[in-house]
Design a protein around this ligand. Structure first.
Ligand code: ATP
Length: 779
């Protein structure tokens, strides 16, 4: 990806007119796409256009196709829906409609079209592209256009972006908008749970998803629902019996609430629709042997689309919008039409038609009751999450247990500051352990708790888990088993080694941030001295700073970004009374600029300052000059303040307060500046659904990894570097990396972060889209 600036300036011959449109159902994040495409196009020396009201605007032409200036997309990031409108367009289904659309494109001189919409919109786009030459021929033949007029537009350059709340397109792990919709759903379920619990009620919650169960399934995983119905995988047996057994089991265990989530398109194995009313009737059945639960139905409906986009959708929309412009500029007549996808953490271009074809095949497979095929066409995350959901709802079922000799005693420990998703991770791992017959034990309050409260201590630092209690942790923030920053070396390595021996742990599952990484590294290094430490250790990174080597994502970082985005949105709005204000916001993140950068990307910061670069007087100077310029040009039309994000450790001297003061002094009353410090708010209250769902998925993988070593693995552990690993998302894969490899080559120990920041390229995107001029890099 690297330096965009070096591509500049384009020669006039390459200069393009790039249009962006949103189509189909609106989804949160579409505005981020429009902003990114418009600004990136202008940055690359092209002309940017918006086509209002989807294909309808393309067919109508005229004022529906408008050239956009840099400032026309200001404030787009924090708005919900799509500001350039969307529509369903009947005319575009027919060739005459597409013919008019082609004519309008040529008349406006548009040579590339970036479309953000669902599979229908993308199908239409591909049809349009395939027909393009014949449309132009027809326009010339009927003398609506001259051969000279059409000559420069021989090849229609189209790039697709997937905007949809359903997450129903094959080939991409997430569509722009799906995590916002999931967040809304989980928020609602969290509210409903409180009342369900109070009255010991059952709730049937219907969510969107006619052909795709992603929203239902992930909402089920994130909230720890009792039962989930979705189209791709109906129960093999009678769903009535299945549900009854599960609900009965959970009630018997002592659960006071029952939550069933059902996708609109849910079916049984024979293809019959399953309705919320049928489910309710079964839950409320008062006849003998019936469940007899006080049951309510809630249909979430359009609230699922509503609201502003979560941080992830803003980031995804922005990065994919930037990538789409690059794809447009790099395309040749031979290039296959692509869409922009994301696989795990990697943004990639993929053939459009194949994805659309596979998406349609899912619906066909469901209709044909070929459910294995339907599941097979979904991405790996989907099937992983399906397994997770089964694990966490079938904890007490005997069928999956390992033989006695393979059952392990696994210690669970949280290290470092709390991060969103820690509890969800522990819950899922406990569920998996119980379902396999392992013995999970909670080590309370980190290594400090382990070292000081063992034995007969009333605090009883090492305790078995009570599943009824743990089961309610899915959406809880903080760390229920307690977390502590202390390293084993500080607690006393010998003591820790003895305790591990005393408790006969076969493995340790550690959840935490950089301290946790450090702790595991210390345990590994101490193995030669203390043989009891020769047990497999697995770390699941959880820290808002996202600074653990071996992964591009850590639990809690998404929750943190969402908190920061909410905070910044509010601050930005508060400035609308005065309009001419710059807020300098201090973000957490230790010596990693991840939060500041990704936060900046989500809110459209004018500048970000990060420890990886430091802050120099030249930078501040250049930024003050830039701010003066924008405020000079701004004739009061913009409605919100401007934001600068500065990481807490970006500089020893220039902190948020000082930077705000410098700006204020230099502004000479032409605008104002204030600092603002969200502080611990960034650790978040309720963890985001993404953090919860990823926690579940990754935690189960961690225990499976430990399980692979089995009991009495001392000799293998000594030799196999994979016995001490960090699980992580790297590019498009989930991987386990040996700590040994990370601690030597990939860790910047003094700065407590990975040597290479995978997100550094995004810093440049923030600058480009914020219009910040190039500045002298600090030495
Ligand atoms: P959602 O995720 O909301 O379903 P979508 O993009 O799939 O989004 P659709 O209503 O299917 O929504 O499509 C939006 C528009 O795209 C249609 O109104 C129509 O103008 C165009 N379109 C869809 N399918 C085709 C097609 N097969 N041929 C031509 N145009 C199409």
């Amino acid at each position: 990806s690297a330096a965009f600036a070096s591509d500049l300036p384009l020669t006039m011959a390459l200069r393009k007119k790039i249009a962006v449109m949103t189509s189909g159902g609106d989804s949160p994040g579409m505005n981020a796409v429009v902003r990114a495409v418009v600004r990136m196009s202008i940055h690359m020396g092209c002309d940017a256009f918006c086509i209002y009201e989807g294909y309808e605007g393309l067919v109508q032409g005229g004022d529906f196709i408008r050239q956009m200036g840099w400032d026309d997309v200001r404030g787009f990031l924090s708005e919900g829906g799509t500001l350039i409108g969307t529509a369903r367009c009947m005319a575009f289904y027919e060739r005459p409609g597409r013919l008019t659309a082609a004519k309008n494109m040529v008349l406006h001189g548009i040579d590339a079209l970036i479309i953000c919409g669902g599979d229908g919109s993308l199908t239409g786009a591909d049809k349009f592209r395939a027909e393009w030459p014949s449309l132009l021929e027809e326009l010339v033949a009927s003398r609506e256009l001259t051969p000279e007029q059409v000559a420069p537009y021989k090849h229609l350059n189209i790039v697709g972006l997937v905007g949809s709340i359903d997450n129903d397109l094959s080939g991409t792990d997430a569509t722009i908008g799906c995590y916002s919709a999931l967040s809304r759903i989980c928020e609602m379920v969290d509210y409903i749970e409180a009342t369900a619990s109070s009255h010991s009620r059952a709730f049937v919650i219907e969510v969107m998803g006619r052909h795709c169960g992603w929203l239902a399934l992930l909402a089920g995983v994130a909230t720890g629902a009792d039962f989930v119905f979705f189209p791709e995988r109906p129960r093999d047996q009678d769903w009535r019996e299945d549900m009854k057994v599960v609900v009965q089991r959970h009630r018997k265990m002592g659960k006071r609430k029952t939550i069933v989530i059902v996708a609109e398109g849910a079916r049984d194995k024979d293809g019959n629709k399953i309705t919320p009313t049928e489910i309710k009737d079964l839950l409320a059945d008062k006849s003998e042997g019936g469940l007899c639960l006080d049951t309510r139905i809630t249909t979430l409906g359009h609230v699922q689309r509503g609201g502003t986009a979560v941080a992830y959708d803003r980031i995804l929309g922005t990065l994919q919008g930037v990538e789409a412009v690059k794809a447009v500029l790099e395309a040749t007549p031979e290039t296959e039409t692509c869409f922009i996808a994301i696989n795990e953490n990697k943004i990639v271009r993929k053939p459009l038609m194949q994805a659309v074809k596979e998406t349609k095949e899912v619906a066909v497979a469901v209709d044909a009751k070929d459910f294995d095929k339907a599941m097979g066409l979904r991405d790996t995350e989907f099937s992983d999450q399906y397994k997770s959901y089964l694990t966490t709802t079938n904890v007490l079922v005997e069928d999956h247990k390992l033989p006695e000799k393979s059952r392990m005693k696994i210690g669970f420990i949280n290290v470092g500051a709390p991060a969103g998703g820690m509890n969800a991770a522990v819950r899922a791992a406990v569920a998996y352990c119980l379902s396999r017959g392992h013995e999970p034990l909670a080590i309370h309050n980190g290594f400090a708790g382990f070292a000081r409260h063992h034995g007969d201590s009333p605090l009883g630092a090492v305790r078995p888990f009570d599943w009824l209690e743990v089961d309610s942790w899915a959406s809880k923030g903080g760390s229920e088993i307690g977390t502590n920053r202390e390293l084993p070396s500080e607690s006393g390595m010998e003591l820790i080694a003895n305790l591990i021996e005393q408790y006969e742990f076969d493995a340790l599952f550690i959840v935490g941030g950089f301290e946790a990484f450090h702790a595991v590294s210390q345990l590994r290094k101490a193995r030669s001295e203390y043989p009891s430490l020769c047990i497999p250790l697995c770390l699941l990174p959880a820290t808002i700073s996202n600074n653990v080597p071996g992964t591009e994502y850590s639990l809690g970082s998404d929750t943190c970004l969402n908190e920061l985005v909410n905070y910044c949105d509010k601050i930005k709005q508060s400035a609308s009374a005065t309009r001419r204000r710059v807020f300098v916001i201090e973000t957490q993140g230790g010596r990693s600029g991840y939060v500041a950068t990704l936060g900046g990307l989500s809110v459209g910061a004018s500048a970000v300052y990060i420890p990886e670069e430091g802050i120099s007087l030249e930078m501040l100077n250049a930024d003050v000059k830039y701010l003066k310029k924008v405020f000079n040009q701004d004739k009061g039309q913009s409605r919100a303040g401007r934001l600068i994000l500065v990481n807490e450790k970006a500089s020893n001297v220039y902190d948020a307060k000082l930077i705000a003061s410098i700006i204020r002094e230099e502004a000479h009353d032409r605008f104002e500046s204030r600092e603002s410090i969200p502080g611990h708010v960034q650790q978040g209250g309720v963890p985001s659904p993404m953090d919860r769902c990823r926690a579940v998925r990754l935690a189960i993988k961690c225990i499976q990894h430990l399980e692979d070593f089995g009991r009495n693995a001392h000799n293998r552990v000594k030799k196999d570097p994979n016995s001490t690993t960090v699980i992580g998302i790297q590019g498009s894969e989930v991987v386990f990396t040996p700590i040994e490899q990370l601690e030597e080559k990939e860790t910047d120990w003094p700065n407590r972060r990975p040597r290479v920041a995978h997100w550094l390229d995004m810093r440049e995107v923030v600058d480009i889209l914020g219009g910040r001029p190039a500045y002298p890099k600090p030495e």
